[in-house]
Design a protein around this ligand. Sequence first.
Ligand code: FES
Length: 580
Amino acid sequence: MVFKPAQWPRKLRSSEWFGGTSRDNIYHRSWMKNQGLPADLFDGRPVIGICNTWSELTPCNAHLRDLAERVKRGVYEAGGLPVEFPVFSTGESALRPTAMMYRNLASMDVEEALRANPVDAVVLMVGCDKTTPALLMGAASVDIPAIAVSGGPMLNGWFRNERVGSGTALWQMSEAIKAGTMSREDFLEAEQAMSRSAGSCNTMGTASTMASMAEALGMALSGNAAIPAVDSRRRVMAQLTGRRIVQMAKDDLKPSDILTREAFENAIRANGAIGGSTNAVIHLLALAGRVGVDLTLDDWDRLGRDVPTVVNLMPSGKYLMEEFFYAGGLPVVLKMLGEGGLLHRDALTVSGGTQWDQVKDAMNWNEDVIRPVDKALTRQGGIAVLRGNLAPNGAVLKPSAASEALMVHRGRAVVFEDIDDYKTKINDDTLDIDETCIMVLKNCGPRGYPGMAEVGNMGLPPKVLKKGITDMIRISDARMSGTAYGTVVLHTSPEAAAGGPLAIVRNGDFIELDVPDRRLHLDISDAELEQRLAAWECPFTPPAGGYARLYHDHVTGADTGADFDFLHGCRGNAVGKDSH
Ligand code: FES
């Protein structure tokens, strides 16, 4: 796509606040000057918001204040006026019940802060999982020029000469404890090795996936996704982003110019190639909803199906983000997609040029980290979208993280009514379960476990683990961490708490999973299914009030992105009346 920049100089939206000699203009400028800003900074130059998710309670983003200073440097160099402001920070590791419950809240915060304030463009400081989609969604709904800069991943974790992947190692080690192959003392010692530096999870978990999605969508500078948080080049990336956003403000290059259907298709294919998180499905569906792109769950299956997973990173593979960066990072992957006819080469990016311009000269420096197509980890990467009487609106599975032997399987259901029921029963050796069974977890969807917790990769029963078995089929309406793995069917829609068929599965029912055929079937008659659904009663009472009630009443299903129904679409950046 050829982008035509706006004429410059022109009147910017910040001039509504700062651009005249009225009492109100003086009022707005004067108070800003208490920060020691010289008068000539209000001469009509672009005012650049730096929207920061820094928080000490979001450890993955705790270094973003420092990085914001680099962005400011770049903004000043390019002749803009930077103004940093905080927004709700959705830290994955601490927030309860789930960080996902607050993604939409954070996006509202961003949207309203951008619209209400005198900013012409914005740099989105993101990192931990939900911060990236939340800020992109908020900015998309305002549609002022916006560019994301990620905090970058942590350095590799190492424990006894083995890589320790964020999250992935935690799941593996906790299973090893249950299997009796690791001691609690060793687990505690490994804890010290897991998070070696500032930054987000070092696996191809949701944070790294969403940083890659931002880059593949064209909403971040090329190369942004993989630079480690503590590498000096991360600071350079922040400074260059600051420089670039000033020109974007002058050119009026907006999210609606960049976030086209082609951009989303590029991102979906990139997700398949990197073995990205299933969470990207939900976030991109929600983001597409903000810009009016009619993206569906089936687009994920159709577009991702023939994309080989070439990035050999945990949880699908062996390496971590640091090595992905050394190998050349996402530009190499996008170039491979382009050479394979799987990239819309002319998709516009924040650079003002095309995606292909950005990646065509990328070099692969390590073909074990970024594999050639003929040595791909999985021929069919992407996300498999399953349908059937158990998931009329769809469910997802990540083939690159699943076991080949379980892709076609019929098994007896062992049902957990909710996560507490699961925790009560799973370690009980009298539980009637073996490795041929299918574990079913209900009431963990957007409404059932507010925010749709990452519990879909529920741990296996100890008596199965002790046999050396490491995978079983698990089905739920929950999500799973991007760092997790296994033959795990997620996002089953409609969710159980909304009366979806998952709600009426009983112990002893048989379930058929056929991933090549994209089928998820509860083996009971239609009449029996109807009868059970008619008799179903919602086991919950809605929250009494507050944000939890707003969430409950307005969150949409996982199959459409779990956004709020009233947040779909772009509401623009029109300035409200001045009250002074
Ligand atoms: Fe923040 Fe993984 S917990 S990126």
